[in-house]
Design a protein around this ligand. Structure first.
Ligand code: BTN
Length: 325
């Protein structure tokens, strides 16, 4: 039964706006029309809007904005990313959950997604606000054969994937602020937290954590974030389907990850450069010798930001934050 639900849903989904006749579904799946009717009723109870018309059949009108495995899998066009999906209503942090799974041997491409986090983590020991029902909190397990020193490249690749997903799906001018914040209109909507388990010369696994503020209203951001944070909905002026964004991100991630592991690192760096709003700007950086301002020139092949401090001095920034001046 559950199995047929996925198949029927996928048939209806593929037809987009058009009707699928009950007979076509019945013949295709070898089930009775009564069984189909039951599945349709169950889908409706879950919030799917399905139209039925006597002579034409069924038509999928809308999908509920849920981050269930079923919603994400619908039309998912990837080979490895998301082949295994753990969808949770609540978790401490999807990164912590994913890293437990990874230690237990979960395969590459395993995705953990949650509607809410009770202890969402950000970079540099910060917290990541994770209210329910509106955003995306997800982690992807990767097992690249690279030395630990190359791990920062994965974070760059992930930021490229998110920015491309936002541009491709909604036409938003998403840009990347070094190292991996994705901004729209100068405000942050996406954060990435990469965590790694490694031996001195070999990565065991990497957990790529991505938080996207999707359907949050401007008003619901805490006061101190109002001017520096935004959401997809705030930028686009309408609510979006979170599952669709997860899918597109996984597809883009699969592409950039394949470039990295397939020896096309330069292509990923170039994509990052093309999406960056940091390069060419005057920035303030924290260096081992204190704060300094300079011109953000480029990133090197390890993902470090190259800043020209003046007087011929150049600083390579490998961690921390940069601010615009
Ligand atoms: C940042 O500080 O910009 C990074 C934020 C990363 C947040 C995501 S949400 C999913 C995953 N789980 C976490 O606890 N953090 C990351």
């Amino acid at each position: 039964m559950a199995h047929h639900t996925e198949q029927i849903l996928s048939l209806l989904y593929k037809k987009k706006e058009a009707y699928t006749s009950g007979q076509e579904i019945a013949d295709g799946l070898g089930v009775t029309r009564a069984a189909i009717w039951k599945v349709i009723e169950a889908l409706r109870a879950d919030g799917y809007e399905v139209e039925s018309a006597a002579a034409k059949g069924y038509r999928l009108v809308s999908i509920p904005d849920l981050l269930g495995e079923r919603e994400i899998r619908l039309g998912l066009d990837t080979k490895t990313m998301g082949k295994v999906i753990h969808s949770l209503a609540e978790v401490d942090s999807t990164n912590s959950y994913a890293s437990r799974l990874a230690s237990d041997g979960a395969p590459e491409g395993t995705v953990v997604v949650s509607d809410r986090q009770t202890a969402g983590r950000g970079r540099l020991g910060r917290k990541w606000a994770s209210p329910p029902g509106v955003n995306i909190y997800m982690s992807v397990i990767l097992r690249p054969e690279i030395p630990p020193s190359e791990a920062p490249m994965l974070t760059l690749a992930a930021s490229v994937a998110v920015a491309q997903a936002l541009r491709g799906l909604y036409g938003l001018q998403a840009e990347i602020k070094w190292p991996n914040d994705v901004l729209m209109d100068g405000r942050k909507a996406v954060g990435i937290l990469t965590e790694m388990s490694a031996e001195p010369d070999r990565v065991r696994h990497i957990v790529l954590g991505v938080g996207i503020d999707v359907n949050m209203t401007r008003e619901s951001f805490p006061k101190e974030l109002k001017n520096i944070a935004t959401s997809v909905m705030a930028e686009l002026g309408k609510k979006v389907d979170r599952a669709e964004l997860v899918r597109r991100f996984l597809l883009e991630l699969e592409k950039t990850y394949a470039m990295l592991t397939g020896g096309k690192k330069e292509a990923v760096l170039n994509a990052w450069r093309g999406l960056s709003c940091t390069l060419g700007r005057k920035v303030r950086v924290v260096t081992p010798r204190g704060e300094a301002t300079g011109l953000a020139r480029d990133i090197d092949e390890s993902g470090a930001l190259i800043v020209e401090l003046g007087g011929g001095r150049v600083e390579k920034v490998t961690s921390g934050d940069v601010g615009f001046v």
